[in-house]
Write a protein that binds this ligand. Structure first.
Ligand code: ADP
Length: 403
């Protein structure tokens, strides 16, 4: 019997997928990782990486009917590596939960009351919270004795002042329908802002950081001395930056216009703004690598999509600079932020008067490590800081259950 179990299984349950990682918090080692996708379809696929044994990836393609079957398949893969869910070394399961509303300001051990509250938030997170709830229920059934912890995407942003969190609409209507700005990607913003402080050799409470999380979804945040004071996503992850397939900010009257004059239904508008807008809507591609390749070939549509993407990003850097007053660092993270040097260069170009600049040589370096890309003389550090949401979820989960 292990006296102090130190392993945490991190589960990120989507509507048709489950991503997972098993970490050992004694040393931060990643023991296994994988993904089940297309749950409920004929073409379901499980990809498992047995990181502890150093073996190659194992792939299965066979129909997986639902989340329960998916988790059972994951459990079988882990057991085959000697890391089964019945192991006494497993301390907890940490679940990524997208929407925690105003109530959940920190990671929380899941009880029936907590699950009911996550359920109450389904109207503001109709795609995400039901999948998260299914993942939690399934994991509870597999290991009813084990602590299960919810780590909320919104929690880091609950420190936003009301001036940043409220929309300027009728207060009674807003309150009746839970309409306010919650923000998302909070686990990443929390982790990256802390890692940026570390890179500067400072405590998070000593620095102001603008974090730019640029993945397929994208969001910016203004972090003042370790606390989030503004973020670009709002009631849902649709607001803010231009994203892979989402529009980000637009005049809300566009929706009314589409409804009244283009005869589009609510669902059609939803699909247009969430799935057929952003980079893919502008140029037909949402992968920044492909967009850069097209630009290199002289493709004008790809260039315009890139320019719109960067223009919005630059506006948010300026806005959050103003919100913070003084800025110690701007940190780029996630797939685009960590890899696309031209995006970083263009987003900061022309901002020398704000103390912001990128060194071309440093910006071109490819590395998985946190690093500075600003010239040594720059007043504000510009950094690339790889995000690690799984490690952050595991850390928060473990800290809570081992306290
Ligand atoms: P998410 O977790 O939101 O799905 P990621 O953070 O993994 O997304 O980012 C995915 C995006 O990162 C891809 O759509 C692609 O645009 C971008 N990306 C990944 N690698 C590169 C690269 N080498 N150069 C430019 N962009 C990249």
């Amino acid at each position: 019997m292990t006296a102090n179990p130190t392993r945490v299984l991190v589960l990120n349950s989507g509507s048709s997928s489950v991503k997972y990682q098993l970490l050992d918090m004694a040393d931060g080692a990643r023991l296994a990782a994988g993904l089940v996708e297309r749950i409920g379809e004929e073409t379901s696929r499980l990809v498992h990486s047995p990181l502890a044994t150093g073996g190659g990836k194992r792939e299965q393609e066979a129909p997986i009917a639902d989340h329960e079957a998916a988790l059972q398949a994951v459990a079988a893969e882990l057991a085959a590596d000697g890391l089964g869910l019945d192991s006494p070394e497993l301390a907890a399961i940490g679940h990524r939960v997208v929407h925690g509303g105003q109530k959940f300001t920190a990671p929380t051990v899941i009880t029936d009351e907590v699950l009911a509250e996550i359920e109450r938030l389904v109207p503001v997170a109709p795609l995400h919270n039901p999948a998260n709830i299914t993942g939690i229920r399934t994991a509870q059934a597999l290991r009813p004795d084990l602590p299960q912890v919810a780590v909320f995407d919104t929690a880091f942003h609950t420190t936003m002042p009301e001036s940043a969190a409220r929309y300027a609409i009728d207060t009674a209507t807003a309150d009746a329908h839970m309409i306010r700005r919650y923000g998302f990607h909070g686990t990443s913003h929390a982790y990256v802002s802390r890692e940026t402080a570390k890179l500067l050799g400072k405590d998070p409470s000593e620095v102001n950081v603008i974090v730019l999380h640029l993945g397929n979804g994208a969001s910016a945040s203004a972090v003042e001395r370790g606390r989030c004071v503004d973020t670009s996503m709002g009631l849902t992850p649709l607001e803010g930056l231009v994203m892979g397939t989402r529009s980000g900010d637009l005049d809300p009257a566009v929706l009314l216009h589409l409804s009244r004059n283009a005869g589009m239904s609510t669902d059609e508008i939803d699909a247009l703004l969430n799935k057929k807008s952003g980079l893919i809507g502008l140029c037909g591609d949402n992968d920044m690598r492909e967009i850069r390749r097209r630009i290199d070939e002289g493709d004008a549509r790809a260039q315009l999509a890139f320019d719109i993407y960067v223009h919005r990003l630059k506006k948010y850097i300026g806005a959050y600079y103003a919100v913070l007053g003084t800025v110690d660092a701007v940190a780029f993270t996630a797939g685009v932020g960590e890899n696309a040097a031209p995006v970083r260069e263009a987003a900061v170009a022309g901002l020398e008067a704000l103390g912001l600049a990128v060194d071309a040589g440093l910006n071109a370096v490819r590395s998985g490590e946190p690093r500075l890309i600003s010239p040594e003389s720059a007043r504000v550090a510009v950094a690339v800081v790889p995000t690690d949401e799984e490690l952050e979820i595991a850390t928060q989960t473990y800290d809570l259950v081992s306290a």
